[in-house]
Design a protein. Sequence first.
Length: 310
Amino acid sequence: MEFIGNFFVVASQVVTLFLLMGVGFVMAQLGKLHTDGVSQMSTLVLYVVTPCLMISAFEVDRAPDMVETLGVFFVAYTVSTLLGMAVAQLCFRNEEPDRKAPLRFGMTYGNNGFMGIPLVHAILGQDAMLFGVVSAVSFNFLLWTQGAKTMGGKVGPRAILVNPATVGAVIGGFLFFSGLRLPAMVNNAVSFMADLNTPLAMVVIGAQMAGADLKVSFTSRKLYGAAAVRLLIAPLIPLVLLMPLHLPAMSYCACVILCAVPTAGATGMFAQRFGRDTATAAQLVTLTTLLSVITLPLFAVAAQTISGLV
């Protein structure tokens, strides 16, 4: 009974995020939110809100064991992602390249920035935000290297090292290790921008879903297969693999939650950039996002129960 109760507590938090997505979905369906506007909002989140979020999250007092905890978490998250990547590379071998690329990409990369970090904050609280931010460093490096290669593109070192998340991580890391803080006025502005991450990101996802073919999303066996890898196998890897390591409860739960998020919205953007099937990308994002309302609470509560957090 306790598990069921915890499930509904977490599910209510996930549903809250889905209600925010609903705002974007309805506005887009009514023609009040157009593709150009969604693209501009996405750019705002990616290039301004995300770095501000990372800087704001790093402005905390550094406890003696915090660096070690974050380092272990970084390795755990990266290894979990790499193992999920290996599973994805075994799938859809006979699929045509233009569809295979977004399917494999979508199985590997979850919606870390737009959904993972807000979920970690909603489920585990403000203290867990650092784990979400640290995961974004690993996520973005893999995204711009292996992810770009999966889509058939080539991205130079500058794009890998100089991207919004990396810049935010560098500035935030400097503040974290040095103990310095931004001037009050600047810090307040950064905090206000960081607060936009959850509502604005959810509205963008909802608006993107409005443009997908829902009928195809819910009738394609291949999409369901890809969704099973993204929503079940990907989070199952850290849930089981990290269990005997006895990580701190919040670190363990954050890793599982971040690996359990649905397909990244970047799947569509990368597919478009490298000339792959954008429809398949949008359908996979839509299907996994909707199904995650069930799978995410299950894995979040399982991780909390195993770690003793609840």
